[in-house]
Design a binder for this molecule. Structure first.
Ligand SMILES: [Zn+2]
Length: 229
């Protein structure tokens, strides 16, 4: 019998596989873990149901031919206010896609897991979904080692005429050759605050949903440029 391993993780997404199997992508304190649940779609009410996205689960698994095969999955907790609300659930599921892109499998770093749990709990506790999306994306980029430069121009530190320049790592002023989307002082200071403030202060930030949407679009551009796609 192969050696059994136990992990606790957040289900990021699931995908049907072969006739009756399912692959669940988990974020654990040891990075991303993809487990193959044999027959999961025939066992919807036991193992299969524990593996729903946004559930925190304990899994027992073993390796066979390069795959992690699931032996057992048990439900630990979920975020009922997120799962029960379309706007929150959509924000959470979109955010979890960033994890799939930014966190490698088997990475010995527990920060993405801790960060994701904290943010899902805050969203469940009433954090405004657009604030959740922007603040979480910024912090996940940071723990992935891809923090955008937000304190003035990346070359000369000027704080005027700033533009968004993902290929240079963040803000670049017009004098230094910045030709991207202009970024107002209000917007970059807001992004900087979203990247750093603790949850109680995040909830008090006065930001328009329009500014938050622009900020998230800039972060999408940034992620794509950093990942080369
Ligand atoms: Zn400059």
């Amino acid at each position: 019998m192969a050696e059994l391993a136990r992990d606790r993780g957040i289900v990021l997404r699931t995908q049907d596989y072969a006739e009756t199997d399912r692959i669940a992508v988990l974020l654990t304190s040891r990075g991303r873990l993809d487990v193959l649940a044999k027959g999961a779609r025939r066992l919807e009410r036991s193992t299969g149901a524990a593996l729903d996205p946004l559930h925190v689960v304990d899994v027992i698994h073993y390796r066979r031919r390069g795959l992690h095969l699931l032996k057992e999955a048990s439900f630990v907790r979920t975020f009922p206010a997120v799962r029960g609300d379309l706007e929150r659930a959509t924000a959470a599921l979109k955010a979890l896609r960033w994890v799939v892109d930014l966190v490698p499998t088997g990475a010995p770093d527990d920060r993405p897991y801790t960060l994701t749990l904290e943010f899902l709990a805050a969203l469940d506790g009433g954090l405004h979904p657009p604030v959740f999306t922007a603040a979480y994306a910024l912090r996940l980029l940071s723990v992935a080692g891809l923090e955008p430069h937000l304190a003035g121009c990346v070359r000369c530190a000027r704080t005027e005429d700033l533009t968004w320049s993902p290929e240079h790592g963040g803000l670049l002023c017009a004098r230094c050759g910045g030709r991207g989307t202009p970024v107002s002082a209000r917007l970059w200071r807001s992004l900087d605050a979203l990247a750093r403030l603790p949850f109680p202060a995040l909830a008090r930030l006065k930001l328009s949903d329009e500014d938050l949407a622009i900020g998230v679009a800039l972060l999408h551009q940034f992620r794509a440029a950093q990942l080369g796609r």
